[in-house]
Write a protein that binds this ligand. Structure first.
Ligand SMILES: Nc1ncnc2c1ncn2[C@@H]1O[C@H](COP(=O)(O)OP(=O)(O)OP(=O)(O)O)[C@@H](O)[C@H]1O
Ligand SMILES: [Mg+2]
Length: 274
């Protein structure tokens, strides 16, 4: 199969059905309760931001969605169908891709090799040997980057020579190219400066317009508010609520996170009597 053929498989979201629905997801690690009953939905063409302090359960939740963890209990549906993922491969097969910050790229490999990572288009095969069609691969990588406004001078240049924002965009574009309809972005802007952040947020908006569903995890309420359609705040394995953008101001969102943090500190100081 050529890479172009793979591209054609990309998502056609089914109208009316959430791409993802989880209900009352519980996850225990031995005695630790990482998730104590979390519910969340993600629609096509939506950016759903997942906010929360350290240890709130964000990573556990997205790893459960991505097939890394099996929930202790709870329901998980993809486009209305109950799913039981045994591995991240199962989730990918359903079009659910996760881009983990920093782990996304191999700096000493070229832009093209990073884009395909073992799925390069093959020119011809001879017994166990296959020969990559590098020209074709370069063309696809360059074109995909061009579409998001990044001019890669030479797709054979090391990914390490790109800026942080560009690298993050390559990782996201790769997931989309290979058929993702749900993108889970884990802190995609946390290590980036203003211009780089704005590049990534612009790309996220572009993908929303294409009809992808995006779960955007961040500590930064401003970044979330700039792209989010809905916001779910996690706290100690529970949701403090889900809000549409029209229902909550940036200030209120910030206060909810900060205010809750203060309460926690108070709670601990007073020995759980608050
Ligand atoms: N593999 C594991 N084994 C045991 N406990 C775990 C494991 N993974 C997470 N936990 C615990 O579950 C809770 C939630 O952790 P999680 O990593 O999901 O939080 P987070 O919101 O992603 O935090 P951060 O913002 O620091 O990344 C924490 O108390 C954590 O210690
Ligand atoms: Mg985390």
């Amino acid at each position: 199969m050529t890479a172009t053929a793979i591209h054609a498989e990309a998502a056609a979201p089914q109208p009316g059905r959430p791409l993802i629905e989880v209900q009352d997801i519980v996850k225990h690690f031995g005695p630790v309760i990482a998730l104590a009953g979390v519910s969340l939905t993600l629609d096509a063409g939506e950016v759903h931001c997942l906010l929360g302090d350290n240890g709130a359960g964000k990573s556990t939740l997205i790893k459960t969605l991505a097939g890394v963890f099996r929930p202790t209990s709870g329901e998980y549906r993809v486009e209305g169908e109950p799913v039981f993922f045994g591995s991240p491969r199962d989730a990918l097969d359903r079009g659910i891709a996760t881009v983990y910050q920093d782990l996304a790229m191999i700096p000493l490999l070229s832009v093209t090799r990073n884009f395909f990572l073992g799925r390069e288009p093959v020119k011809w095969r001879l017994g166990p040997f296959s020969f990559i069609d590098m020209e074709h691969a370069d063309r696809i990588a360059r074109e995909e980057m061009r579409q998001i406004g990044i001019n890669v001078r030479d797709p054979q240049q090391h990914v390490g020579t790109l800026s942080g924002g560009e690298r993050q965009c390559v990782a996201i574009a790769r997931a989309v190219h290979f058929g993702a309809k749900v993108l889970i972005l884990d802190e995609p802007t946390s290590a980036l400066g203003v211009a780089q952040t704005s590049m990534v947020l612009k790309f996220v908006r572009q993908l929303r317009q294409k009809g992808l569903g995006i779960i955007f995890i961040t500590h930064n309420v401003r970044h979330a508010y700039a792209v989010g359609d809905r916001f779910t705040i996690l706290n100690r394995g529970r949701t403090l609520g889900t809000f549409k953008k029209a229902e909550i101001t940036l200030d209120r969102l910030q206060t909810m996170m900060a205010g809750d943090k203060e309460l926690q500190v108070l709670d601990e100081e007073l020995g759980g009597t608050v």
